[in-house]
Design a protein around this ligand. Structure first.
Ligand code: NAI
Length: 384
């Protein structure tokens, strides 16, 4: 398949701008389109700043930074995308708006042009359906900030042939990213497997087992850069709550993904985290300084065991391979270790015992052991 030399990107917001930088750094020609001139200007200013800082720190030569900047053309009109090898959309997260865009693009581009979406929560398959050539559609899910987070989830629609998905993986590797292949299922890998990091954290708080600061400290002690509450405050509760709700609905209300009342209340109060000055923490003082806290026994064990169970279940349901799931959590959300390698370290039997004890105590479906772990424990198997 053809190398993606000429790359179109629609949407010059947070993600589109970052993806443009990644592609230009990989030597590709980029056409960045946004309906808003203001967004285009903002994106140009942001990139100049980033490149200047890289040069200042000696991480890039002046010439390299100039050629990267020159490789990105910014325009307000879709017409400039006509001879692109791939067009990646990073516009609003709305199926109808994205579908309309893809139909407009199909009128402009050649039949060989790949149409990719950076959606994090919509069905790539439903978006492909909007196209006359659904077989050209591929999910390329970058993480924020795209130039820094190595992971790209490569998500073929039901209609996408294997060769295109494989080509997407090779292209992302050539762009210097770490691609992980995922089935087109709610949340793909990261936004599904990471749910317990937040939801178990909140449950521990709701049960009064430990405080916000103590739960965060307990997770930092395991090597996580941030605990669940610091991280939710950074992401924003509106965004985090929306992702949880979307995944929950997409799984037909599976109680394992149920959003929490506590987080809904934060959203209702407009305590959205850092961006509004208040979330689980007060942020009006030094940003990020919030958190002294004590490690509380049992906290990390509960959150980690639930994460491992979720990761194992994703393998069981063939969402992705063991290696890609471990890679995704390390390169997309900076987990200190792959969850499945970590489960091997704990021992699969030990992990099922821990989960069984929760299941027995709460009687809730969310704590049931993944059938895969159950089988592995019985057969004495490990993931690696
Ligand atoms: P954003 O709001 O920063 O940027 C979106 C840009 O698209 C805006 O500049 C807007 O003017 C432009 N736009 C909207 N409709 C358009 C149209 N029809 N034609 C041309 N331009 C249009 O949004 P952000 O955060 O960059 O997200 C973009 C996409 O990436 C969404 O689908 C989002 O779910 C996904 N995503 C976001 C992540 C994040 O952390 N922000 C992470 C991974 C995926």
């Amino acid at each position: 398949m053809k190398k993606w030399q000429r790359v179109g990107i629609v949407g010059a917001g947070t993600m589109g701008s970052g993806i443009a930088q990644v592609a230009a750094q990989a030597g590709r020609e980029v056409v960045l389109v946004d309906a808003s001139e203001e967004a285009l200007e903002r994106s140009e200013r942001a990139l100049s700043k980033v490149l200047a800082r890289l040069v200042e720190k000696g991480r890039m030569t002046e010439e390299a930074s100039q050629s990267i900047a020159q490789r990105i053309q910014r325009v307000a009109n879709l017409d400039a995308l006509s001879n692109c090898d791939v067009v990646i959309e990073a516009i609003v997260e709305d199926l109808d708006v994205k579908s309309t865009l893809f139909r407009q693009l199909e009128d402009l581009v050649t039949t060989e042009t790949v149409l990719a979406t950076n959606t994090s929560s919509l069905s790539v398959t439903a978006l492909a359906r909007a196209c006359r050539h659904p077989e050209r559609v591929l999910g390329l899910h970058f993480f924020n900030p795209a130039p820094l987070m190595a992971l790209v989830e490569v998500v073929p629609a039901l209609q996408t042939p294997t060769e295109l998905a494989q080509h997407g993986v090779e292209e992302m590797a050539a762009w210097g990213k770490s691609p992980a292949s995922a089935k087109d299922t709610p949340g793909f890998i990261v936004n599904r497997v990471a749910r317990p990091f937040y939801s178990e954290g909140i449950r521990l708080l709701e049960e009064g087992v430990a405080s916000v600061a103590d739960i965060d400290a307990s997770m930092r002690a395991q090597g996580f850069r941030m605990g669940p509450f610091e991280l939710m405050d950074l992401i924003g509760h509106d965004v985090n709550y929306a992702v949880t709700s979307t995944v929950h609905q997409a799984f037909y209300g599976d109680s394992r993904y149920r959003p929490s009342h506590t987080q809904r209340q934060l959203v209702a109060a407009n305590w959205l985290g850092r961006k509004t000055g208040r979330g689980f923490y007060q942020h009006n003082h030094a940003i990020g300084a919030a958190t002294e806290g004590q490690v509380v026994e049992g906290v990390a064990e509960r959150i980690l065991s639930m994460l491992m169970n979720e990761a194992a279940d994703a393998v069981f349901w063939q969402v992705a391979s063991v290696e890609d799931i471990d890679l995704a959590m390390q390169k997309g959300v900076n987990y200190p270790k792959g969850l499945l390698a970590w489960a091997d370290e704990w021992g699969i039997q030990e992990l099922t015992n821990i989960l069984d004890s929760f299941h027995q105590r709460y009687g809730e479906e969310r704590y049931r052991v993944s059938p895969l772990l159950r089988d592995m424990a019985r057969l004495g198997k490990t993931f690696y």
